[in-house]
Design a protein. Structure first.
Length: 442
């Protein structure tokens, strides 16, 4: 009854109701675009492309595009080029003083950074679109192409580029007039859209193979356990209590009122997994040109093998430390705290506070990085447990972290609207805790 009353309260608030309906309309428009095939391609002859994207790296690309990749859709490249451009622009802010200045200019600087991100997205699309067409030529039967030649290639590159720009615009509209971060929500919807079909495939596999219904029930229970653990970890790593921080650095003089400092166990988000997966894709691309007898080639070709996942796990740990180091500035944090009249009881302002922050981050980043590495390799463990690769993708990796993070962020925004108008929140006790960032700034 409480859930029904909460839903009624949501639709009682006009602004929240309008935002929810607007978001649903944008999502429906985005999903409709998946079924619009590129002009000049016969949609009935895409079987080979769907087989290619059923698992592996191509399966991940298809998932993040919401299935548009395997449909040769106008949205085939999805939103990932924009995410890649966002990552590059963030890294430029570390290297070049001009971008560092923009990051400190507030709203005006953010708008300029977004503009540069859009320009870079177009540049990435101009490179990726021809590559996608080359893959289509190598995968599909020649009879699948109704149009050929220079005109088809140029028009397809323009359409694919425009398709991603349009998806990016839809995401920005959701952010401005809808609920939640639009880009994150679009990625999540694309992932969730694959869940029913993959579950049906897993169900059919179990019913027709070994294990039967019992094995399927066990898989579902394990999936819920993994999701629940991820939710608890994401909610519980938003900030570090000062008392625990003192214990980490060996200072026993803690006590008094509970206070928090703006540090997280998992400050890097899913960025280390994205970096590691991007690096691990390189051997998969070039190993087909190398000797098939090489042990390294064989190991890197097996995404579910021990050595592949060991290397990726170690890279995730390293990238977690790297990304945390470039995004968390202890000096700036100490200066901001001093300017605002804040201090950490028992720690002298200035250099001692900087050392305090630096020591904490060095030590709490390790469990966060190990957590990310475990999440990243869970799909491979699921495959070894004879779960189909399509369904195993929901057991971890960027898929699970994005789903959990975006859902928590969206629920948090809805709850904020409810509480602001003196309605009960979504939870019976406590507040819904989201992340302190979006997928685009993962």
């Amino acid at each position: 009854m409480r859930l029904i009353q909460t839903i009624k309260n949501i639709f009682k608030i006009e602004d929240l109701r309008v935002r929810l309906l607007y978001t649903l309309a944008i999502i429906a428009l985005y999903r409709l675009g998946k079924y619009i095939t590129l002009p000049g391609i016969d949609p009935s002859q895409l079987g080979n492309l769907r087989d290619q994207t059923s698992s592996g790296i191509m399966g991940l690309l298809d998932m993040f595009s919401g299935g548009a990749f395997s449909q040769a859709s106008i949205f085939a490249l999805g939103i990932m080029p924009y995410i890649s451009a966002s990552i590059v622009v963030q890294l430029l802010g570390i290297v070049f003083p001009y971008f560092q200045k923009l990051q400190k200019e507030g709203e005006s600087g953010r708008r300029k950074m977004n503009q540069y991100t859009r320009y870079l997205t177009v540049g990435i699309l101009i490179l990726q679109a021809p590559t996608y067409l080359v893959n289509l030529n190598a995968t599909l039967d020649p009879s699948a192409f109704v149009l050929t030649g220079y005109f088809f290639k140029v028009s397809s590159v323009i359409i694919l580029t425009a398709g991603t720009i349009f998806v990016m615009w839809l995401g920005e509209k959701i952010t401005d007039k809808g609920i939640g971060n639009g880009i994150s929500l679009i990625i999540m919807i694309g992932i969730v859209a694959r869940l029913p079909a993959n579950f049906i495939f897993e169900f059919g596999t179990r019913m027709n193979g070994t294990g039967g219904a019992i094995a399927l029930i066990i898989e579902i229970v394990l999936l819920f356990v993994v999701v629940l653990c991820t939710i608890l970890i994401v909610q519980g790593t938003r900030r570090v209590p000062v008392q625990y921080a003192r214990r980490i650095v060996g200072n026993k003089q803690y006590g008094g009122v509970r206070q928090y400092i703006p540090l997280k166990v998992n400050a890097a988000g899913v960025m280390p997994i994205i970096f590691a997966q991007a690096i691990m894709m390189i051997p998969l691309i070039f190993t087909k040109y190398a000797s098939s007898g090489s042990g390294f080639v064989i190991a890197m070709q097996n995404m579910y093998g021990f050595w592949y996942n060991l290397v990726m796990g170690l890279m995730i740990v390293l990238f977690t430390y790297f990304y945390t180091a470039i995004t968390i500035n202890p000096v700036q944090m100490a200066e901001d705290m001093k300017k605002n009249g804040g201090f950490i009881p028992g720690i002298k302002p200035g250099r001692k506070t900087v050392e305090f922050f630096d020591t904490i981050m060095s030590r709490i980043t390790l469990p966060g990085s190990i957590f990310l590495a475990i999440i990243a390799i869970l799909p491979s463990i699921a495959v070894l447990a004879h779960i189909t690769p399509q369904f195993a993708q929901f057991y971890g990796g960027t898929t699970l972290l994005i789903l959990v993070g975006v859902v928590l962020d969206t629920l948090q925004q809805i709850e904020s609207h409810l509480l602001m108008r003196h309605y009960d929140g979504l939870m019976k006790s406590g507040r819904v805790k989201g992340r302190s960032g979006a997928v685009t700034s993962i």
